[in-house]
Write a protein that binds this ligand. Structure first.
Ligand code: PLP
Length: 488
């Protein structure tokens, strides 16, 4: 009989630990090895039936039964990002060295708040922060910390920017300038920081979705005239929809002239830091005061793996609080490295280990080459759809998205919006592919986000055909039903 304490990982349970994890890995490997669709198309209400009948107070006891059940409640109907026809969001297939890291870090289970809970884990995280800051070019006083994601990195960066702005400007009202194509987490962060929604001003973008420097200059002048302090300009290096990179050198010039904090949200575009051929697209990022990077997007890392970097390590003091039980000030005086002094979290995962093992087994160029490959593939997909009269395609991305829509012929064109949305839902329901949608100038468009080097141009072409079929049929039916002459 297995006693409760036998389920704890310790010196007596290491054999069961080996067997149990091997059994779990075996199930996942089986699913990944045999799944022929990115998604089964299961509906939430149907899957909820399976999950709701599970009696959480009556354990199954053994691993095999629990894994059988897991297959039904989760693995069978999971969304599989490794599948070449998963084309929806910024989810990447994950590299094996990072999975090794994930297994190690959760078993040892350090917490990165203090040295005395983490030891080498803290030093490894610090090395990776230093490595990332060097790749960005932030200079000798740079620092930062791993976070749970881009949302939290943006929040922390804007918190630091706000505190610095307060010091400079006293009590004058604050404003954030971000492009209209920036990420919504900037608005969330502003709200958490106590700003009103109209304190985030959106700067217009050009046809490629890049912030217009002239519009930024105008807004900076306007703020000065109004006696408002711009606490941060948020530039985006890789917008979520269009993969557009704002003109960082021009924006950095304007920020420098205005004495304004520049935050660069490179949650998506950070993979260019290791690209063997496209690093130049990030030119100017080295002039940022803070940078968000999401390793769990373009570094092929499992969720979570993200970091916020700052040019001046001293600004991190704005999140430093000392607790007698945990990180008393005397420890900082003795240079004991307690990462909680730099973080908004307390207990925190050793996510850095995944990136560490990735760099140690594969190296940065190999990761960059994978990202390059998906950017090339997105370029090929863009050309394919541009040459296809059935589709209208938005500007070509700097990164790996393609935004487009199916254009129904003739009078069915009036139903373009609903036809495109229908195609997205129909694809998902069939499980043949998972794609995303967004709006452009108020119209519904579809979106491919490519992060999987296994996706081929043939996959793209096949999915495009399916979209045209679903959308075309829907638009024709709608036109036939709703536009037919009345009384005939
Ligand atoms: C994904 C994304 C974010 C949010 O990052 P999470 O890791 O999902 O919290 C922020 N900014 C941009 C540009 C993104 O693409």
């Amino acid at each position: 009989m297995v006693l409760p304490r036998d389920q704890l990982l310790n010196n007596e349970s290491v054999d069961r630990y080996r067997q149990l994890l091997a059994a779990g890995i075996d199930r996942v490997a089986h699913r990944i090895g045999t799944t022929d669709k990115p998604f089964t198309g299961v509906l939430p209400a149907d899957l909820a039936l399976e999950i709701d009948v599970v009696d959480l107070d009556t354990p199954l006891g053994d691993a095999a039964a629990a894994l059988d059940e897991l297959d039904t409640v989760y693995l069978r109907d999971a969304v599989y990002f490794h599948h070449p026809r998963y084309l929806a969001h910024l989810n990447c297939p994950v590299v094996l060295p990072a999975l090794l890291g994930e297994a190690v870090l959760s078993a040892v289970n350090p917490s990165l708040d203090t040295w005395d809970q983490s030891a080498g884990a803290t030093l490894i995280e610090r090395r990776l922060i230093g490595w990332t800051a060097d790749r960005i070019g932030l200079g000798p006083r740079a620092d930062g910390v791993f976070t749970s994601g881009g949302t939290q990195s943006n929040l922390q960066a804007l918190l630091l920017a706000r505190e610095e702005a307060h010091l400079r400007s006293g009590g004058s009202p604050l404003r954030i300038l971000a492009s209209s194509a920036g990420h919504f987490s900037v608005q969330k962060a502003a709200k958490l920081l106590g700003l009103e929604s109209d304190h985030v001003r959106h700067i217009s973008t050009d046809d490629e979705g890049r912030m217009r420097p002239a519009a930024l200059a105008t807004e900076l002048r306007r703020a000065a005239d109004e006696g408002v302090t711009v606490m941060a300009v948020v530039a985006t290096a890789g917008t979520t929809d269009f993969g557009s990179i704002d003109p960082l050198p021009e924006i950095a010039d304007l920020c420098a002239a205005a004495g304004t904090w520049l935050h660069v949200d490179a949650a998506y575009g950070c993979g260019l830091l290791v690209s063997p051929t496209r690093r130049h697209l990030l030119a100017g990022i080295d002039r940022a005061d803070s940078v968000t990077v999401d390793f769990h997007k373009s570094f092929f890392q499992p969720v979570s793996s993200s970091a916020v970097l700052v040019r001046e390590s001293r600004v991190l003091r704005h999140v430093t609080y000392h607790a007698d039980y945990l990180n008393p000030a005397r420890m900082a005086e003795r240079n004991i490295p307690n990462q909680v002094d730099k973080s908004m979290q307390t207990t925190r995962r050793f996510d850095a280990l995944k990136l560490w093992l990735t760099l140690r087994m594969m190296g940065p160029d190999a990761i960059g080459a994978l990202f390059d490959e998906v950017i090339d593939r997105a370029g090929a997909a863009w050309s394919l759809l541009s040459d296809d009269p059935r589709f209208e395609v938005c500007a070509r991305s700097d990164l790996s998205t393609v935004v487009f829509r199916y254009l129904p012929a003739g009078r069915a064109l009036a139903f373009a919006d609903e036809a495109n949305l229908h195609a997205r839902d129909a694809l998902s329901a069939s499980g043949a592919a998972v794609i995303a949608s967004t709006t452009v100038d108020g119209r519904h468009f579809l979106k491919f986000t490519l992060l999987n080097p296994s996706t081929t141009v043939e996959d793209i072409a096949a999915v495009a055909d399916l979209i045209a079929e679903h959308a075309g049929r829907h638009a024709d039916e709608a036109a036939g039903l709703r536009l037919s002459p009345t009384g005939s």
